[in-house]
Write a protein that binds this ligand. Structure first.
Ligand SMILES: CSC[C@H]1O[C@H](OP(=O)(O)O)[C@H](O)[C@@H]1O
Ligand SMILES: Nc1ncnc2[nH]cnc12
Length: 314
């Protein structure tokens, strides 16, 4: 049993590059559950919204950004959030743009993913166990949650003051129904790769959405990515390819807008998660994804998996 069970926090926020804390929330405590997959990237901050509703915040790369994308303990992160009672995750991420119309400062709510990670990240809770499962991942994000977010995020960006724009004079926009490429990194893409991703139908690129989204699906959590554009990657003919310095220029403005978005949606999202309607696709989705119990399944593996899926492995 995890030390943090019983917290009853329904919404978890994962902060990416530049987003290491949320604003205007009352700090309640830190919890650091040791899961069967180890400890999360950082202790999880439990904080209260003005109404008293609790939310959990986790910094993907650690509070001082010490964990590179390939080493993020994604299984522990997702398992730890689940152990707190979390049902829905809002994950923020800095992304490069593969399309002219997706400009630095813009927000993107992707609905598809192309996996360009290299197999070095553990990508399943079932890996290394005697239990086999095949989660459905055709729609990799919680579509109802994405649709629920669209208008709300747009409203927040519409109310941004000009001095909050990431790029002077450029009002941030929200883009939906886009495809994110997840690459291994840590180096950025070559020009040739960047152009190839465009031909494949990629719209934005990061190094973080996988295996996070896959693991959230296996744990039956609703997961949506709020991607914030920092750069144009490396596909533009007459422009310099992306550098970390380029990314840093827009990180803090994007993080500020991300905090506004979180402040605007968390209360309603908690209510929707409590009610259940928003997450009907995810809850119960693993029931027929797990191969039926056999004598060869080890009891210790079933116990391990009960940490994320107690309904099926009690
Ligand atoms: C700082 S540039 C590359 C880095 O930024 C993104 O991080 P996150 O998704 O956590 O915001 C990207 O995935 C890379 O890890
Ligand atoms: N161009 C890019 N490629 C991969 N990850 C990123 N994160 C921010 N910009 C990125």
């Amino acid at each position: 049993m995890s030390s943090s069970e019983g917290e009853n926090v329904l919404v978890g926020v994962i902060g990416g590059s530049g987003l290491y804390h949320l604003d205007n929330l009352t700090f309640l405590k830190h919890v650091n559950p040791e899961t069967p997959w180890g400890f999360p990237s950082s202790p999880i901050t439990i904080c209260a919204l003005p109404s008293g509703t609790k939310v959990a915040f986790l910094a993907r790369h650690g509070p001082g950004h010490t964990i590179p994308p390939s080493s993020v303990p994604a299984r522990a992160n997702i398992a730890a959030l689940k152990s707190l009672g979390v049902r829905a995750i809002l994950a923020f991420s800095a992304v490069g743009s593969l399309r002219e119309e997706l400009a630095p400062g813009d927000f993107v709510l992707p609905t598809q993913i192309i996996d360009r990670t290299k197999g070095v990240r553990p990508a399943s809770f079932f890996e290394g166990t005697t239990v086999v499962a095949h989660a459905a991942f055709g729609d990799p994000f919680a579509m109802r949650l994405v649709r629920w977010l669209e208008g709300r995020v747009q409203k927040v960006l519409d109310s941004a003051q000009p001095d909050e724009y990431a790029v002077e004079g450029k009002k941030p926009q929200v883009h939906t129904d886009r495809c994110i490429v997840c690459m291994e990194g840590p180096q950025f893409s070559t020009r040739a790769e960047s152009k190839m991703y465009r031909m494949w139908g990629g719209d934005v690129i990061n190094m973080s959405v996988l295996p996070e989204a896959k693991l959230a699906r296996e744990a039956e959590l609703g997961y949506a990515l709020i991607a914030t554009v920092t750069d144009y990657d490396s596909w533009r003919e007459n422009e310099n390819p992306v550098t970390a310095a380029e990314v840093f220029k827009t990180l803090s403005a994007n993080a500020k807008m991300s905090r506004h978005v979180a402040a605007a949606v968390l209360e309603d999202l908690n209510a929707a998660a409590a009610q259940g309607d928003l997450l009907t696709e995810e809850i119960g989705s693993m029931k027929f994804s797990i191969m039926p119990r056999s004598e060869q399944q080890k009891e210790e593996d079933r116990k391990k998996l009960s940490y994320i899926l107690p309904t099926y492995f009690q």
